[in-house]
Design a protein around this ligand. Sequence first.
Ligand code: SF4
Length: 481
Amino acid sequence: MSHSSAGPEHFHAQARSALGDPQLRQNFRGAMDYLQDKRKSAFFDPVEEAQLRDLSAAIRQRCLSKLPQLLEQLEANCTRNGIEVHWAENDKEANDIIASIAQRHNAKSIVKGKSMVSEEIELNHEMAKLGIECLESDMGEYIVQLDGDKPSHIIMPAIHKNKQEVSDTFALHLDDFEPTVDVDELIQTGRSHLRQKFHDADIGLSGVNFAVAETGTLCLVENEGNGRMCTTVPKVHIAITGIEKVVEFLADVPPLFNVLTRSATGQAVTTYFNMISSPRKNGELDGPLEVHLVLLDNGRSQAYQDEEMRKTLQCIRCGACMNHCPVYTRVGGHAYGTVYPGPIGQIISPHIMGLEKTKDLVTASSLCGACGEVCPVRIPIPEMLQRLRTHAKNPPKADIMPLKGQASGASTLESWVMKGFVLAATSPKIYHSATWSLSKLNAFMPNHIGPWTQCRTSPKPADKTLHQLIKIRHKKKSDKP
Ligand code: SF4
């Protein structure tokens, strides 16, 4: 069954619908409780955890502070290693680059490792228009692709499904499948269907976890071996990544890998850690003959230009913030209608899609701070959400670069109310008469004031203003003998 949503503009309706689906909520709660426990046991020493998070945050901040230079260095070193580097300003340019590589090779099929950036540019959809089939090889992505669905989590794309639902999906789409809820058998079924596809694919496509500027190396973190198959079996490998994934030194990778795996799945290390530094060399028996790297901006440089917003780009896509978010754990990933759901999605999507589409998402947080507390690179997500909320409602100030879609959520009524409040609060005469009038209107105050009173009691003005109460108290004191 497809859970795909109509986009972030419909967040409220999608969230309501998710809350009304008890099976979905049970699947998410079970999975999220499990992941929270796994993370907790992986960081058993709070002192070490704090040190690691400080170190990782410092590495990411240093790398981002030199982003333009590091990207140039990465390009130079990749090119020296024989990797062809391409720059894409937006999703269209990225798809055009990949299409032209595919067409040059007369490719009809692309086998993909997990890549959220390829979801971001809607690669499968765009390639299908050209008659090129993209096949997902990550088990979770494979399941959601069979369903005609979209990932609901950045690490575990099919986390919204339980094993019975996976079995139902296989039974519906795979001819020779004997229904079972044995997880090993389910995995084995998926694997055996994918094996021949790796062999037949013209192109392998992957994401990138870390791109090392110093050496021109692309690092890929995974557990299933499908990433290694995609990057070694087909004759052409295309890696696609956001520009923020660059790190300065090879020595920056181990600490980030350490916090990534522990935050994401509670693992000390993953089963596979791939380092790709070049196409197949003379005398080597396997590996692609061509390697391409596509570096995608797609709104990231907007975040980069603002020192506070730049912290968004520190993200290493571990998913811990969503696993701990009280909103995400109740409504799940599809409700957000964005490629990146949960807290990280709420702060990166406005740069990718504009605030006009995502202004509801930035309000979808209790600001409890759980996301910021678990983020391994210490991104202050709640503070950034508050700032994005302000930008969604207010026009840009002269000295700050406007965000895409800024002020698209501005309400004339709200703005007049706030202006009125400022006027009243700064003018004693108006303030006194306004509070006096309000104290007389108590009986006429409505019990419901739109969505405000959905979870709050309607405000009731006191019978007497503070000034009146103080006057009465003084009078009583002076009346005393
Ligand atoms: S914002 Fe932090 S916790 Fe969330 S995915 Fe990124 S690195 Fe992980």
